[in-house]
Design a protein around this ligand. Structure first.
Ligand SMILES: NC(=O)c1ccc[n+]([C@@H]2O[C@H](COP(=O)([O-])OP(=O)(O)OC[C@H]3O[C@@H](n4cnc5c(N)ncnc54)[C@H](O)[C@@H]3O)[C@@H](O)[C@H]2O)c1
Length: 328
């Protein structure tokens, strides 16, 4: 890449699972990144603090004063990848204030600082949870939202904020609805509300307890690998036309039952179904997700490259390595 193509970006939520993978990719591609994170669920260890192309601003996007103090740094920023959020459904049900402040006030503040600093473009991390229970698989972007919890609602409101700011203030951007993202650095420290792939590996390899399945394990999920999500962010940020807040599904278009996933994880570890335990069903979650991803393909040529069954072995090795386990 020549220096003409090098840009300066802001990544909010840069210390989290998706934000840190995205930041690594941008730095690898030679760009400058200003990372913003309050470390509420992210980790400083994930950041390339020593890189001369990276600046870390530790603070809360809910606090506009904090953003405003850094305005001088935001000169010539090409775009914001708005990834930061209260990122889980169950904590948002227990404490809706978390989703409201971090996700709704959060995106409002980011759009406002963009307006203030003439930053032209935002790519927003939205969620497939917006489809809820009403919408059958495969979910399409033009389906009626069915927000079952404060988290999904906050993501839907975020999408509407972008659309409105695009109309009124000349900002451009889009929302990417991710379908169950998995991969290195997935959030596994959150006990039973951690994303399912990582949680399964943690239970067996680290906690040495059975895998737990909520309900009977027939819920289906579309599992999207983090590098595919990162690629979608990069492609949309560089899309040549205006996007006016368009919404795109980022999912593989393939889904698996939780039971199938559990079996896949156990098989990769040479174990059988006797290592599964069943939990009562939880409220506020959808039965099945599967993306119709044709819109992302048609608009900006995005296609998933990594599928669960091909990558699960590598992922097992990632965890063996991470926890210094030679084998189980
Ligand atoms: N992981 C998934 O399967 C998935 C699916 C759909 C959508 N998403 C969305 O993608 C984004 C990233 O998710 P993730 O899985 O990487 O979650 P994560 O919790 O690992 O990352 C979120 C990051 O945002 C930071 N953050 C939270 N509130 C903040 C605030 N007020 N100010 C500054 N920083 C703040 C956290 O410290 C964390 O580093 C989120 O917006 C989430 O809603 C994730």
């Amino acid at each position: 890449m020549n220096s003409f193509n090098k840009k300066k970006y802001i990544v909010t939520g840069c210390a989290g699972f998706i934000g840190s993978n995205l930041t690594d990719r941008l730095l690898k591609d030679g760009h400058k990144v200003i990372g913003v994170d309050n470390l509420s669920s992210g980790f400083k260890d994930y950041l390339q603090i020593e890189s001369s192309n990276f600046i870390f601003l530790e603070g809360n996007i809910v606090n506009y004063e904090f953003l405003s103090r850094s305005k001088k740094l935001f000169n010539d920023v090409f775009g914001v990848f708005h990834v930061a959020a209260q990122s889980r459904i169950q904590p948002a049900i227990q404490n809706p204030f978390l989703a409201h402040s971090n996700n709704i006030t959060g995106i409002f503040n980011i759009l406002e600082i963009m307006r203030d600093c003439d930053i032209p473009r935002m790519v927003f991390s939205s969620s497939s949870s917006i489809y809820g229970l009403k919408n059958d698989c495969p979910q399409r972007e033009d389906m009626e939202p069915d927000c079952l919890n404060p988290y999904s609602l906050s993501k839907y409101v975020g999408e509407q904020y972008i659309k409105t700011w695009c109309k009124l203030y000349g900002i451009d951007g889009c929302s990417l609805r991710y379908f169950n993202v998995w991969g290195p650095r997935e959030v596994i420290h959150l006990k039973d509300i951690a994303p399912i792939v990582g949680l399964f590996f943690r239970k067996i390899l680290l906690d040495k307890v059975p895998l737990t399945i909520v309900g009977e394990g027939s819920q289906r999920r579309d599992h999207t690998y983090v590098s595919d999500v990162v690629e979608a962010n990069v492609l949309t940020m560089n899309y040549k036309e205006r996007m006016n807040g368009e919404v795109f599904n980022i999912g593989t278009g393939k889904n698996y039952t939780i039971l199938e996933l559990a079996e896949m994880v156990l098989k990769s570890l040479g174990m059988d179904e006797s290592h599964i335990e069943y939990l009562p069903p939880r409220p506020g979650e959808s039965r099945a997700t599967k993306a119709n991803n044709t819109k992302a393909k048609e608009w900006f040529g995005w296609e998933p490259k990594v599928f669960l069954e091909q990558q699960i072995e590598n992922h097992k090795n990632y965890y063996l390595n991470k926890w210094n386990l030679n084998s189980i």
